[in-house]
Design a protein around this ligand. Sequence first.
Ligand code: BGC
Length: 743
Amino acid sequence: MHLSKLVRTAATSSVLAVICVASLDNIAAHAQANPDTAKLPWSNRALSPDERADMVLGQMTLDEKIQMVHGAGWGVLRAGAPIPARSNFGAGFMAGIDRLGVPDINLADSAVGARMAAYQGRYATLLPSTLGAASSWDPDSAFLYGSVIGRELRALGFNMTIGGGVNITREPRNGRNFEYAGEDPILAGTMTGQLEKGVLSQHVMSDIKHYAFNDQETGRTKVNVLLDHKAMRESDLLAFEIAIGIANPSGVMCSYNLVEGSYACENDYLLNQVLKKDFKFKGWVLSDWSATHSTVKSALNGLDQEMPGDDNYFNAPLKKAVEDGKVPMARLDDMVRRILRSMFAAGVVDDPPVRTVVDPFRGRDDAQHIAEESIVLLKNSSGVLPLKASASNSIALIGSHADVGVLSGGGSAQVDAPGGDAANPHPGGAKWGDVVYFPSSPQKNIQAKSPRASVKYIDGTDTAAAANLAKSSTVAIVFVNQPMREDVDAASLSLPNNQDALVEAVAAANPNTIVVLETGGPVSMPWIEHVKGVIEMWYPGIGGAQALANILFGEVNPSGKLPVTFAQDDAQLPHPVVPGLEGVPASAPNREHKVNPFDLNYSEGAKVGYKWFEATNKQPLFPFGFGLSYTTYAYSGLTVDDAQRTVHFTVRNTGQREGTEIAEVYVALPSAAKENYQRLSAWQRVKLAPGESKDVTLTLHPLSLTVFNTETNGWQLLPGDYTVMAGPSSSVTPLKATLHVHP
Ligand code: BGC
């Protein structure tokens, strides 16, 4: 199904003709939709979104209500599918109700930037991957990220994003981890919530997805996830709870998979009980594309809108079910009210998008700023970094098209590269599954930092030639990549295409070898002892090469820290083989889709990522929260305020350079919690001049202190002694103190 999706970067003449007709139609439709909208009683901005929604709802016919609870079809995503007349050529479209001044909803995939801009011959900024951006641990940066997306969607004529992925990294080989925000529910939920708040700040409707437990792509439409409710609430669902609590998103997209035997989009527990009742989510639930499987069951169990809308569950069959009394009118009203109130709340009625030209310069600067906070320095032996600008330097750049560009993530998160793929021509435009490089050239930017040095590039396909170049250079930088995308998981944590052998060969030829990783998520590094420097730059976005060059030459001091654990190898993971692929050779084509329906028992429970490593006493390659700087920091003086549940400590810059340290606080619950792992509780980015000290006061996140009690269906704060730890990473917490919680 998804392989048939088209991602066009070049329009054929027939497509152009459709665009012209439909665009004119679109413009006319906006102008004529309702000339008197200002006179409609619900145009009064002094009323609340709920009041305004109720007023519109009171005027609607059954057919109009039905029109709003399903999209108008696959449109541009599927070759040959009709394109709805007023659609803005995004992933989804819901036709508005002109006579009532209810606007169309034009939904755009935009996990890491607006998708399909090229379809309209337009530009959109590629931001760093959201996993990369989560490495900044900077909620302001996440807000900026979302505001770039919102700003550009508005300019492109869209009024809703369908980004906002917050599935935690339960499966480090998941093809979509780059669209998410890491393994810790509090960090991921905070960053994604702030991101979607940023989208909303631009009067564009927001989204959180894929709800829930869509933690791997293998068998994603067939896998039935099993996990006890306590563990659910303390892991994956906690990330959603936090993100939804921060952003109050317009939509939540339910996922393809099943949970406890029911599809996520017709799952009473997930949708009615948890999302709507417990999380008090006020927006609407839209299905992932073709993830709706029923009419009555879905309607009663909490789905509000079928997308993309041509599977025929929420159009005529829903109308009939309402007429037959199988779905109460009140439930249909609830679906529509949720959509209407989200439109009013986001401001898309009062302040609809206005087509302008996206500002590529501002977007690139924002992307570079986020990338500079996202890049993580993982290893720096004998001060190999930062590099010095010097005429006597010769720098070998090896692999991953470092002469021309940086890697981007694929699938529905793919942004169109300006000028097309910088590395490979894709006749007719890049398609689903193509690997796309963006024109941000590491070679040019490295050369610019050291104009008189010799900077040479070799593609790395010939290992011996790469080793030769490395041998004759003072420094060798090997760029390695892991292309990832929706609907395929990585076969293993190993880098693909023999890149480990390339690194080994270069490292053997040059003692000053630095590896730059462009990966979707964690990878293994069997060569780690043989190289001097390692930098994780993720998929760094359109300002990626500039950000990297600034870090390599020390103009920016690295500050990012890992939002995921890097295991040594697959054997350390809770599921050493990607579930569903046991016994299937890694080389088997399309293997993710061929698996039969299967149960996936997440027996590790809430022990995801660092919690798993701690509970099972395993040493990862790099722990959660780890990242180096060109300066050093010291921590001292931890005190805890029992009443306020705040912690206080001092961080000092003990080195020679200004830097920003992400100070991390973890808690271990009292023994009654029966947990053999710590939890991230609070953090702060602390900017420090050389020698400077700052006092940091942080509030422990309330949900880091509680356990979920399934009997009372609520969070419970256990009385007892909580160990509070502060330090630079999950594995190094030199400060310890006790928080006393009295019964
Ligand atoms: C993906 C969603 C995406 C939708 C529309 C689905 O295949 O899972 O994340 O928003 O397609 O493109």
